[in-house]
Design a protein around this ligand. Sequence first.
Ligand code: WTA
Length: 648
Amino acid sequence: MTQTKIPVDPAFAATAQITAESYARDYAHSIADPNEFWAEKAQRLDWITVPTRIDESNFALDDFRVRWFADGELNVATNCLDRHLATRGDKTAILWEPDEPNEPAQHISYRELHARVGRLANALRKLGIRQGDRVTIYLPMIPEAAVAMLACARIGAIHSVVFGGFSPDSLAGRLADCDSKLVITADEGRRGGKRIPLKANVDEALKRPGTTAVETVLVVRHTGAAVPMQMPRDRWYEAVVEGQPDACAPTAMNAEDPLFILYTSGSTGKPKGVLHTTGGYLLFASYTHACVFDLREDDVYWCTADVGWVTGHSYIVYGPLANGATTVMFEGVPNHPDHSRFWDVIDKHRVTIFYTAPTAIRALMREGAAPVQRTSRASLRLLGTVGEPINPEAWRWYHETVGEKRCPVVDTWWQTETGGILISPLPGATDLKPGSATRPFFGIRPALVDANGAILDGAAEGNLVLLGSWPGQMRTVYGDHARFLDTYFRTYPGSYFTGDGCRRDEDGDYWITGRVDDVINVSGHRIGTAEVESALVAHPKVAEAAVVGFPHDIKGQGIYAYVTLNAGENPSEALRKELIAFVRQEIGAIAGIDHLQWAPGLPKTRSGKIMRRILRKIAENLPDQLGDISTLADPAVVANLVRERRDA
Ligand code: WTA
């Protein structure tokens, strides 16, 4: 198969930190002697106690552990703040761009950020938050989100950031799962001119069972909307930090102490609390950020993710701040007030590195080149993508129209579970191929396996696994270690199973093909089919539901639901709308069903298992590719669904 290769730009490589030669040499070293390699890299952090024990991980189930730097001690907030004060105190740490372009941006220096974090950390201690307590952060994209994360890190509290787009029910589930003691929220969020009633959602969530551990709700006054305050539970953020000293003694944390929990969807059940720890996570976020983005002191770096997702954790907050970078935080959306917004912000703040999602690129590509070309983008030197496979057409548009072929594009593959980037080009070292995430990062050993777990050599396609640990790997599912082992380590014993399919070409470059489990990736956001199904069956008129993903031009994948109504209920347009609204209300706006088909029956095996493979093909409108349906209990069910799909 012939494919375009875009060789490393010699001008970029001339000044890059990592070249093709140094990548080859250091990658070989990282695999041959991980302990030596990571002990040396660990020196990029400030340790209270320098670790002597490096990688003690073992994926074998009879002696399983993921453990790095076990005798090291450090504090994440001092690594992100205090150690920069001497040389970068006046440098902008966070450059905040508001939703409305005519409102002023904020340039928060490292010195100011350090002080804000210190005041909140002191306030949290005064409110009774101790090391190991869980604090939930449900905030819009405002600097207080980063301040709150770092304040927790400073005192050893474990934060759980919940994306502001999640519903009260989803928030309640996450509060209950980790017994959060305190919630930090805002009166309202803003996105693209719309308001999000965050405080009202918290009030609703706290009426749900299981959330009684919450003692305090801190409310940031952001839009100034009137919100009811329930005393003594609810406190204004400004009032509690006022008068607190800027200095706050950091807690010395063991490298393996938890740093945060982040809930993410899996193929079964409710979302999992992915737990990341202190030393390995911070090292991996900071080192990948420095290498993949070829970070320089004067860069203005912008990642457009939300802090509610792992990308926001690792590549807006922890990686960039640990590296002393200027990180842009954007409250808005790409199409408000118009489709030039991203490019206008790049020109306004002279952004040099830009990192976004394929779904945003595809949506902007649809608007044509004009909104891009009326801006300069002269400051840009590097582009990145994350979150889902990028189709070669969108990759080329990004490279040619946005970057004018001047800027390498790094397609970075990773997961909430991996903590940081595992497969990506390094811009001064790797030849680029539109649509390929190319090569493993230092210390990463990807492999492709067939359905039986046999490792495939050379050019091949299979399921993507990782053969050994890396410092940023998740340590457990919070409160459910058995689920951690079951989900990731039992399918292919001895390796970590990613849930992704992947192809490796004859050059050894990796091409991620997407999820092979029951997770749908909608606009780069993970949604479990089981979650949407249980939301649907919670509706009194629904008997049964099956949900699958299907290809969607902008979102990558859309949500396709098959719904069986209770006996006596009749399908109608009104009921269809009601069910779609019901699911959005149960889970949040990211769970918008794109297509809902009435299904008088669902295709099941004789043992009662729904055959999703068939439902996926019907959703894609490929009825001639249904494959073997002989094991179905009632094949007529399929013929009905196919006919209705075709006639729809
Ligand atoms: C997908 C986001 C192809 C993949 C950091 C993975 C990608 C899931 C890429 C994780 C990429 C992420 N190319 N697919 N560059 N990046 N994915 O946990 O299916 O929100 O398993 O982490 O997104 O999504 P998560």
